[in-house]
Design a protein around this ligand. Sequence first.
Ligand code: GRF
Length: 216
Amino acid sequence: MARVKLGCLISGRGSNLQALIDACADPTFPAEIALVLSNKPGVMGLERAEKAGIPTQVISHKDFDGRPAFDAALDQTLRAAGVEIVCLAGFMRLLTPEFVTGWGDKILNIHPSLLPAFKGLDTHQRAIDSGARFAGCTVHIVRPAMDEGPILVQAAVPILDGDTEDSLAARILTAEHKAYPEAVRLLASGKVTVDGLRCRIDAPTDETIHFNPPMR
Ligand code: GRF
């Protein structure tokens, strides 16, 4: 069976990209990465893709006069590569509504909080400061507003006494690396129906709603 082609947009480290690369290495996984696009040259995510033999391209936002022109270049490049699902994996640019609506329900983002709580930046510290007992990550279908859209996969992890931004981020990142491939697997295998803000999922697994027990 033909595998669904992914286009991954990155800006940096690319550890979530690596999780997707690793998942796609299994021939039974329903997707493959056709292209990795970075808005920054020289980042670790590009090295990871090159090492895996995946085509890469850098499109710097600095070379464009405004967001619409940059997004149009991204869009054109992704479509020329035959991309069917766009995965934002640490892509640090906001996308225009035109770009987002043009891809319908076929753009995914991962955010290191249990959305709809703690959208935006400094999310780990804000979660700690709130006194919440749980944090986590969310993979969602992208809508024009930042960190909004139907939630596909979530994983919860505990916030422990004494956690720092870094210790919590590391715990969540481990969960992210399971959640993103699971979300891609569901979407690429046609198991997702979007109904308003709810994703209805045919045959969810334990990884779809994932809970990491306290780490003691
Ligand atoms: C992750 O925490 C992701 O949730 C957020 O940005 C970070 C990217 O990390 N959107 P990486 O580049 O995937 O390692």
